[in-house]
Design a binder for this molecule. Structure first.
Ligand code: SF4
Length: 220
């Protein structure tokens, strides 16, 4: 696949193209963070039939679950929750208390990567809200890529958007957003692995603080 031909597409053009090409084989992975709200809104306005899901690790902030409820009311639709194969209790019994504090890679693999792999196996393409400026690990990402890890096409319609553009869209459309964004959480994951960032820190430096880890394993 020649990735570069899609680089001049706007986010909406890419979403139209993705829907026309993949239809019911297309899905959107949403954490309902700020970037995902833009994509969610574009999809709901133009292609509301598209599959939309949330990786529910059972460990998200109450504010995140509250935001999802508000968005479901806003759009009059329920979003699919993709759950880990092990409940939290089962994980504790098999792997001990607070696995995330000892081996976050293993915990992310159990609670995010493996359920995602199974879910994506039914689809031909997925959409994400990745932006290049979020971290050095994302700086090289393209609008359309072949996802070798999960073996399907991956589309990143906002990859060249700035944070300011994201917030302008949210404000213009008056979208409900996660209140943690107003409390210095630019990137929001599981509550036990996310802290607010300090002035001058990177957008993802509040994730897995204290570990040499910057991604869950979904986008590597
Ligand atoms: S972010 Fe933390 S709690 Fe969530 S799956 Fe990864 S290691 Fe586990």
């Amino acid at each position: 696949m020649d990735h570069d031909v899609y680089e001049h597409y706007t986010a909406l053009e890419l979403i139209h193209w993705a829907w026309e090409k993949y239809g019911s084989g297309l899905t959107f992975a949403s954490s309902f963070g700020k970037e995902d709200l833009v994509i969610l809104d574009l999809l709901m306005r133009h292609h509301p039939q598209v599959d939309i899901f949330f990786l529910d690790t059972d460990l998200h902030f109450q504010e995140t679950y509250g935001t999802i409820s508000r968005l479901e009311t806003h759009y009059g639709r329920t979003f699919t929750r993709v759950k880990p194969f092990l409940s939290l209790k089962e994980q504790t019994l098999r792997h001990g208390e607070a696995l995330w504090s000892r081996d976050p890679d293993f915990c992310c693999n159990l609670r995010k990567v493996e359920p995602l792999k199974k879910y994506l196996s039914s689809f031909s393409a997925w959409i994400t809200g990745i932006r290049r400026e979020q971290s050095p690990t994302r700086a090289h990402m393209k609008k359309v890529e072949w996802d070798r890890k999960f073996q399907l096409v991956k589309m990143n319609p906002l990859v060249d958007w700035t944070e300011k553009e994201v917030w302008s869209y949210i404000m213009e459309r008056n979208l409900p957003y996660n209140p943690l964004h107003d409390r210095n959480y630019p990137s929001i994951g599981c509550a036990v692995c996310t802290r607010p960032v300090k002035q001058g820190e990177g957008m993802r430096s509040g994730r897995w603080s204290g570990f040499n880890k910057v991604e869950c394993g979904l986008h590597q």
